[in-house]
Design a protein around this ligand. Sequence first.
Ligand code: AMP
Length: 544
Amino acid sequence: MLGLMQDHPLLISGLLDFAARYHGDTEIVSRRVEGDVHRTTYAQVQRRAAQCANALDALGLQAQDRVGTLAWNGYRHFELYYGVSGSERILHTINPRLHPDQIAWIVNHADDRMVCFDLSFAPIISAIAPRCPGVRHWVALCAPEALPAELSALPGLLSYEALLAAQSAQYTWPVFDENTASSLCYTSGTTGNPKGVLYSHRSTVLHAYAAALPDVMNLSARDSVLPVVPMFHVNAWGVPYAAALTGTKLVFPGPALDGKSLFELMQAEGVTLAAGVPTVWLGLLNFMRDNALRLPALQRTIIGGAAAAPAMIRAFEEELGIHVLHAWGMTEMSPLGTLCSLKNKHLALSKEAQFAIQVKQGRPIFGVDVRVVDGNGTDLPWDGKSTGNLLVRGPWIASDYYRSDDPSPLQDGWFPTGDVVSIDPDGYIQITDRTKDVIKSGGEWISSIELENIAMAHPGVAMAACIARPDPKWDERPLLVVVRREGSTLDRAELLQFYQGKVAKWMIPDDVVFVPAIPLGATGKMLKNRLREQFAESQSAAAG
Ligand code: AMP
């Protein structure tokens, strides 16, 4: 017997309709590429998303055609999120920090018909356009008078504002199967070609509900949320959808992601929640520390995408009074998987005991099932100690990659995350490593994240990466690559001494290399494979 409930598909257009109807005057504030701050509302976004959809119709784009974007976090990108997906096309967000060769490959693999871009990315468009014959329209996100002169000869060049101005602000969003594809995002794989993750309307709306939950982002119509995490990286962790679902004010930082710019925007717009990767938070933390500043409205910040060092979590909590929610997820998971918030029974614990939980990556959100297994696929106990491979499944987790020649990555219906974790009896997950980053020493595994966290707690360390160095006796040994904090004279011996008593002796890194900077990937994560090439192999050769 089927239930007697109405069958309404979960569609992305419904989120914007809701926000415009019930939160029409709630603001969307954006720092623009031009440098100024622009203000709009959900009601205006709905009108312009409708104009955008009409423009796509007028240009002859078909249902399910891919529309690429190379854009910062801002209101025009937000309009495209809804105008493109709402009208049954697929929004393909592209990471502009990738090499142009990789961007051209992605555009062709996705078979994009149109690419919309912020003016800062005009040089990328110049570089890739001749190699992307399938793209019929290159749409600059600007007024017609601001079209970049360097692209004047580009066939198919259009101004976004001119396109919208020619269209009606009335549009009836089509109704279709909620499992229809809505958006596409390529993982910035460190090896091989990127892989496309194809989200659906259903997965996106369910994920938005989950993101808004109290123990997740706890979003409400009283919040002001600033996603530092880019809209080209897993849909800014779903914030653009969850904010519409809850009528939350949105604040978009555009290209200005330095500590000072973020601080000023957060202060001016009363931001109550911000979300981003640890490397960005380091900039804000240092700026606020150096200038003895506070953000009284900012209650909480979500840090994820890479491990947030306990020292950073502590600094936010104790020095700045900002609560940190550590989160874990993946592009293949839309991305939210776990988020670290305490349970009622933890409130009676000491601050230190609470902190020991808070530094973990958190417990699964409803909708995400997890398992931890050994190399043979046998389940390991949830004792907070046994480490193995993390498997996940759920309605917003990928079942396969887009246009992939490889077999589905699923193992008996479970997606292997490639992360090495332990799970405690309460379900809190702690990531010890990526499978490929773990250091295998004498048959034992050493967690690179644990060794980095210790280094990050030293006041002389600004950033630390721990990598495996080939070793004739132990197979691999840990090598620490460190950026000193400005003014620090920290040396190798002092830093290695700092490890005494904090981990077993055999886990202490063999050596420390000081560098001016650690290379970061397109999504702000440390490029450990680059460091391994640079240091581990060359050093061991030298030692040999
Ligand atoms: P991406 O698909 O680019 O977002 O990368 C996903 C990967 O980032 C995960 O599989 C983890 O290895 C890593 N990651 C994400 N969040 C965290 C976190 N809080 N702590 C440690 N690693 C993380």
